[in-house]
Write a protein that binds this ligand. Structure first.
Ligand SMILES: NC(=O)c1ccc[n+]([C@@H]2O[C@H](COP(=O)([O-])OP(=O)(O)OC[C@H]3O[C@@H](n4cnc5c(N)ncnc54)[C@H](O)[C@@H]3O)[C@@H](O)[C@H]2O)c1
Length: 259
């Protein structure tokens, strides 16, 4: 049970998995401060979440933006929860029809998914360390990876590298922050119905569907949020990456025609 003044920073919380997490936290009495890049999406998110939620515009990879979001969070209560859902999808072959993968795109994907996650963790942890412990912990940080961290498909070199980095830093972060009574856990989702995947072309979607096992459908964001809520409430889960994928193991994606 979180203390009544608990605030959670939810990055990417204006849509998809992050919005579902913000909604779940709100229902449990936690004030979600949602960080996102788009003012318009932020407005829409607040419309669906209600007045208790807070939106802050910003980029997770930007030190000033994240610092400002943390300042806002602290004005609303005690920051005990961070859920990093901000991230960008990306698919492009290493050598495609138009030549080699653009180096700048590789850097962009790493910056949003990996550097951004680390930036939020480092700045939030420093604030959480000042909390009075509640039930022997000062805070919990949940990051979001992907199955691509383990079985990246053709066209996912950049995305897999970014999510693999999130997985790899989970244990060293948890080990270091243990001394401050802060847990760090990563969730690796399989296929979930969110705005990000709405743009996946039909052929690619049908190919992904072949990898479904049981249940034979894509996940609902609320099922992801349910796992995050369990992680937040269960002090024994720490330093680990949990898959939530209905037994999916992604195939190589050799027929994928990303360029
Ligand atoms: N949906 C899936 O099937 C799936 C599978 C595996 C992993 N994931 C991961 O889950 C997370 C959430 O994905 P989603 O499907 O809900 O996507 P989404 O596009 O609905 O939500 C992601 C949000 O992050 C925001 N964002 C992106 N870069 C940002 C930045 N630099 N700063 C601040 N905000 C930023 C976007 O604006 C968006 O609102 C992502 O990290 C994604 O890689 C999703």
């Amino acid at each position: 049970m979180m203390p009544a003044d608990t605030v959670a920073l939810v990055t990417g919380g204006t849509s998809g998995l992050g919005l579902a997490v913000a909604r779940r936290l709100l229902a449990s009495g936690v004030t979600p401060v949602v960080l996102g890049r788009s003012e318009e999406r932020g407005r829409q998110a607040l419309k669906s979440l209600g007045d208790t939620a807070v939106f802050v515009r910003g980029d997770v990879a930007d030190e000033a933006d994240v610092t400002a979001a943390l300042d806002v969070a602290l004005r609303h209560g005690t920051l005990r929860i961070v859920v990093n859902c901000a991230g960008v999808p990306h698919a492009a072959k290493v050598v495609g029809r138009n030549g080699p993968h653009a180096l700048g795109r590789f850097v962009d994907v790493l910056t949003a998914n990996l550097v951004g996650t680390f930036n939020v963790v480092r700045l939030a942890a420093e604030r959480m360390m000042r909390n009075e412990p509640s039930e022997q912990e000062r805070g919990v940080i949940v990051n979001t990876a992907s199955l691509a961290a383990f079985e990246g498909q053709v066209g996912q070199a950049a995305y897999a590298a970014s999510k693999g980095g999130v997985v790899s830093m989970t244990l060293p972060l948890a080990r270091e922050l243990a001394g401050s009574l802060i847990r760090v856990v990563t969730v690796a989702p399989g296929f979930f119905e969110t705005p990000a995947v709405a743009s996946v072309p039909g052929a690619a979607r049908r190919e992904l569907d072949l990898d479904l096992v049981h249940p034979g459908r894509w996940g609902h964001p609320d099922e992801f949020a349910g796992l995050v809520a369990h992680i937040i409430g269960n002090p024994m889960i720490n330093g680990e990456t949990l898959r939530i994928d209905g037994a999916v193991r992604m195939s190589p994606g050799l027929r994928r025609r990303s360029s």
